[in-house]
Design a protein around this ligand. Structure first.
Ligand code: CUA
Length: 336
């Protein structure tokens, strides 16, 4: 039995379907929106893709038809030479212009749907998002909570995000929740975030901002309202007082060394604001803006040589000995 040429696309489709079903091929985040705004952006993406595919098929089809129909044969006469054709030239100028005007109208419509005036009125929470090199600071203005790289939000509420930068241009992007929005020094951009789907959403700086641009990641955790309230209560509380001896040593080292000059731990004398607030660092899923998952082993790795994990980051190599690192890890790991 001979295999028909048409079978290849079928095998390819089957392979992709099986791959997708077995988790080999992940659905890109932008294709599974979890908010109305992200859904609108995906809708526009599909419409523009459909228009682009249609234009490509028509143009490539005409090109192939002409190449085949008027191809040179052994005895083919020289075809009639055409110097100009005014109606044709008007047509191929007007048709792309009309297509682009159509795309412009759809884009403006989508922008107006994504950023609606009523969202500003509906916002029940306001969060300052500050892009640092290379991490994100979240200041919850209504709750008086400050955290880094992991923002919790309540599902079902509209949250205003006020985007600021104290250095270079970044771009705040959580593909499943909203489109890229520039974070510009000296300029305040706003975003309105609303989702009805609880979950953890990966975000990423989307504007090249220096050597660790790729490690300027974040998580948005959308919690049901009661879980969000519990999170706020936990974040507002002062840091845990260490109980065991090693963690107490770690705290003493932390407060007496340069750590406290750059980091804040609420309830202690550490009030530095250069690096992330560490009051509840152990409640977060990652360290160094997504460079490593949070674990004692990774904290140790980070403290042994931060520049090996995240070259260029402000966190210096402190040349700490093994005992000091173990004590600091014991202290930090209990800051839940
Ligand atoms: Cu910040 Cu790229």
């Amino acid at each position: 039995m001979t295999r028909r040429p048409g079978a290849l696309p079928c095998w390819l489709a089957l392979f992709l379907a099986l791959g997708g079903a077995s988790g080999c091929i992940e659905t890109p985040a932008v294709m599974s929106p979890a908010s109305r705004g992200a859904g609108e952006i995906l809708w526009l993406t599909w419409i523009i893709t459909a228009i682009a595919v249609f234009v490509f098929v028509v143009v490539a089809g005409l090109l192939l038809y002409c190449a085949f129909r008027f191809r040179a044969g052994p005895d083919a006469p020289i075809p009639r030479q055409v110097a100009s054709n005014v109606p044709l030239e008007i047509a191929w100028t007007a048709i792309p212009a009309l297509v682009l005007i159509g795309v412009l109208i759809l884009t403006v419509r989508t922008v107006r749907e994504v950023i609606r005036p009523e969202d500003a009125a509906a916002a029940t929470m306001h969060v300052r998002v500050i892009g640092h090199q290379w991490w994100w600071e979240f200041q919850y203005l209504d709750q008086q909570v400050t955290t880094a790289n992991e923002a919790h939000v309540p599902v079902g509420e509209t949250i205003e995000l006020q985007l600021e930068s104290d250095n270079v241009i970044h771009s705040f992007w959580v593909p499943r929740l909203f489109g890229k929005t520039d974070v510009i020094p000296g300029h305040h951009n706003h975003l309105y975030l609303h989702t009805d789907e609880a979950g953890v959403y990966r975000g990423q700086c989307a504007e090249f901002c220096g050597i660790q641009h790729a490690n300027m990641r974040l998580l948005v955790v959308a919690d049901p309202p009661d879980r969000f309230a519990a999170w706020v209560q936990a974040q507002k509380a002062a840091a845990h007082t260490p109980i065991d001896q090693q963690a107490q040593n770690g705290q003493r080292i932390f407060l007496e060394s340069t750590c406290s000059g750059c980091h804040t731990v609420q309830g202690t004398s550490a009030q530095g604001t250069v690096g992330p607030d560490l009051t509840h660092v152990a409640s977060r899923a990652e360290i160094a803006a997504g460079a490593l998952p949070f674990s004692a082993a990774n904290l140790e790795r980070w403290l042994i040589d931060p520049q090996a994990v995240k070259p260029g980051a402000d966190m210096p190599d402190l040349h700490l000995d093994g005992d000091t690192i173990s004590a600091l890890v014991a202290y930090l790991a209990q800051l839940e």
